[in-house]
Ligand binder design. Sequence first.
Ligand SMILES: NC(=O)CC(=O)C(=O)O
Length: 274
Amino acid sequence: MGKCKLAVCQINVTADKRFNINNARDVVFRAASQGAQIVLLPEMFNCPYETSLFPDYAESYPDGETVQMLSRVAAELGIVLVGGSIPERDGDIVYNTCFVFGQQGGLLGRHRKMHLFDVDLPDLNVQESSTLGPGRDFTVVDAGICKIGVMICFDVRFPELARLLALAGVDMLLIPAAFNMVTGPAHWDLTMRMRAVDNQVYVAAASPARDEQAEYVTYGHSMVVDPWGTVVAQAGTGEEIIVAEVNLETIREVRERLPLLAQRRTDLYDLCKK
Ligand SMILES: NC(=O)CC(=O)C(=O)O
C-alpha cells in the first residue's frame, strides 16, 4: 500500500482572468516544490464566483487558455493536477467543470458539477442554473498511486454521490469548492468530515481565499480529512497551501476495524426502492 503527498491550494481569485491563471500556475509550482504529487485547486479559480459572469469567463476544451496552462504545468512538474473548476463552454451550454491532468499532461478526467447550487437562504440567493447546465457523469480518476473521486462543492451535500464513488473504489474525494459566509460556518467542516467518515476515504476540499469585498464572500478554510474523520490539515482564510500525507494503509486499517462498507444491509435497501 502506498503513500503520497497531496497539496490543497487556497488561492486569491480576482476579476482579472489572466492574473488568476498566472497566480494559480505560480501556486502550483510552489506546492510541487514542497513535494506534492497531487495538487488540488479551488472551484471557479479563474473567475469570480458570480453566476452572471460565468458565460463571459467560459472557455472550451482543449483550446482554452486555462486548460492549456493546467496541462502544461502538470507535465512540466510531473504531477497529477486536479484543476479546481472553471466555466466550460460546450456548444450552447456552460458547465462548472473540473479538469484533471496527469504527469504527462494528458487529460485523466473531467467532472461537470452535477448538483447545481440553487438556494434561497436568508442573506444568500444563488441560482447557478440561471447560467449553468448540470453534469451527468460520475468521475473516477486513476492517478496511478491511488484512485480519485471528483465532486464540485454542492455535490458534497449529496451523500449518495460520495457513496457511489467509494463503491467504485476511490481512495480520496477531491472537492474544488466555494462555500460562503452563510453556509460555511454552519456546514463546511461537518460535511467534509462526514463524507470522510461515511465512506472511510480521504477528503480534501479547496476553497478560493476569502475576499471581503467580493459580491460572494467565500469561507476559505480549505482542508484535508483522513478516513477516521480527523482534520489533518486546514487553511485559514487567506492565500495558503496546505500539504498532507495520504496513506492508503490508513484506509485499509480503518475499514478493517470498523467495517462499515461491508456491513451495509443492501438486502433491505433494495426493498426500499419501491
Ligand atoms: N457553492 C456551492 O456550490 C455550495 C455551497 O456553497 C454550499 O453547499 O453551501
